[in-house]
Every structure is written in structure tokens, then in C-alpha cells.
Design a binder for this molecule. Sequence first.
Ligand code: FES
Length: 351
Amino acid sequence: MSTHDHGHDRPQGDVALRGAGGTVGAAGVPARFEDPGLEPHRPRRSDLDPKAAKRAERQTVVLFGVSILGTIVFLAGYFLLPLGSSEAILRSNLALGLGLAFALLGIGTAAVHWAKSLMSDHEVVDERHPVQSSPEVREIAVKALQDGVADANVGRRGVLKGALAGSLALFPLTIAVPLIGELGEDWDVSKFKHTWWKAGTRLATDPDARPIKASDVTIGSVVHVIPEDLEEAEHVLDEKAKAIVLLIRLDERDLKPLPGREGWAYQGIVAYSKVCTHVGCPVALYEQQTHHLLCPCHQSTFDVSEGAKVVFGPAKRPLPQLPIEVDSEGYLVAQSDFTEPVGPSFWERLK
Ligand code: FES
């Protein structure tokens, strides 16, 4: 059962005896467990001075306004900022991050300020009761809720109510707009099936896009490569994430090409997607003696001498292989795009 307590109802009798070694209270209970009692209730300035209450209301409105501005910045960052280059993506992410931060911060600080300065200042003690509430208790709870709504003075503070409604109505857009935007016409799963590689595209070093000759790749070496013309892509970083490849040279006698892939390597040089088929981490560690490639995230291990088949770990399929050859000047080039989706296996199952 609830009772209103203004600091006068608590027992004040058992005062702790503090001091050197004096940690035992009057009732023989260690002092740290004793109830220190409540300070006498002190009314807030906004309870005594209508001007202070008005000022607190204005401050709360300003904080809700900050939230509204944050949401507008977020939406502007999402819709208006182009994403053509890495600097533009950084700018957009900055606008999205700052907008979201101020949108949340504004609502949070406004709610706290409102509660601390304008809502009822009554201290309430809720006695423990059985978990199963009786109908009477539930009735009391509903009544307390209604009292709380009345205490918040929403009905009388029109501007505050409008500011709260505005910030709460706009804030969900920061979540809904990106979700809906991604599910719109642009949501095309086929983009996971194709990468920037095309027949004749030269393999180039990352990040300086310098074409690589077969003679540059020594046995045992591993080179990260990207398509030479990747800079022409509209979304360079997205395309790079899909097209990144590991180029590895083995002794030709160690290679065991899969049926139908006999012409996909050049003099022992093989190219495999760097994106792990488990959940997409970059495969990184190459063990020259065993020809094993290891993904550091969950230890999936692929054998590059045998079609990058999985020899250990949670990955369910080999790393996709990029068929390569050399052009008339001796540069390594792709024979085509990958023949299967790169990355986690579930992309295969999407139409
Ligand atoms: S992402 Fe590579 S093993 Fe999990």
C-alpha cells in the first residue's frame, strides 16, 4: 500500500555510533546497514516561484527543440548528402551520428529536467506486497498512474505538450526512414551476386590501383588486389568490399584444380574472394606450408590448393574463385566476374 512520506514518518531512533572502531549502531546492527533517515523535505524553487517554474518550462521546451533539430539534421544527412566518395560517406556518417545523438540527448535531458523541476515533488514509499496484486491494489495503481498524468500538468502546459509531441513524433523517423529506404526499390539482392570484376579487368594493388604482372607474384606471396578501374564505381567502398581478392602463388605442382576450373589459374597463381563465406569477415592469414587460409573471426580454414574448400570451422562453402589469365602485356586480368555470390552463404539462397 502506498503512503505519502515527506520525511517525517521514518523512524529516527537508531542513530549510528560512528568514529574510530565505533561502527555499531544502537540496536547492535553494523552502522553501514542502518537507515540514516531522510533529510527534511525541501521544496524546489519552481514549487515556490512561478517565474522559476516558467523558466524551467522554457528550458524543457528548448531541450525538446534540440531533439527536433537533431532529427532534422539526421534526415538531411540521409536524404541530401551525396555518397560518391569516401569523404562524402564520412560527412554523411558524421551528420547521421550527430543528428541521432542530439535527437536522443534532447529528449532524454528534457524528460529529466521536466521530471526534476516541474512534476510533483512528493516522495512516495511503496510498501512491499505479494507479487500477485489484489484487484484493490491494481485499482490503486491505475489511480496512481492517473494522478501522475495529472501531476505532469500536461493539460495546462500547451507549449510543452506540443514540444513533447513534436519530438516524440519525429524521432521514430531516425529509425524508420533508413529501414524503409533500404526496403524500397533500391533493395535489389542481385547486387550481391555481381562484383566489379569483368572479363579483361586488370588485377591491381590496393589501394594505389597499380596493375600487377604475373612475374611480380612470387611463390608463397599473398597480395590483396582490387579491379584496376574500381575508382569509376559510383559507390567505391561498397564495390571494393565485394570485389576484394587475395592473389596467391603456389608451386604449380601443388595445385589440384576442381573439375571445370582447369584454366582458372595462371602458372600457379590463384585468386579467391577475401570475404569469408561464414559471416563475411576478411580472410587474412595464409600458411604457406599447408596452403591454408584462415579467417580470424571464427577460425574457418580454406585450402587454396584445392578450390579453397573448407577444411575446418563454421563456413559452409569454399571461397569463390576468380578465374584469371594474362593479357598481351603480361598483366593479370579477370576472365569474368565471380561465378557465384561472394560473402556469407545465405546470399546464394536469395533470388
Ligand atoms: S566470418 Fe570467417 S569464420 Fe566466421
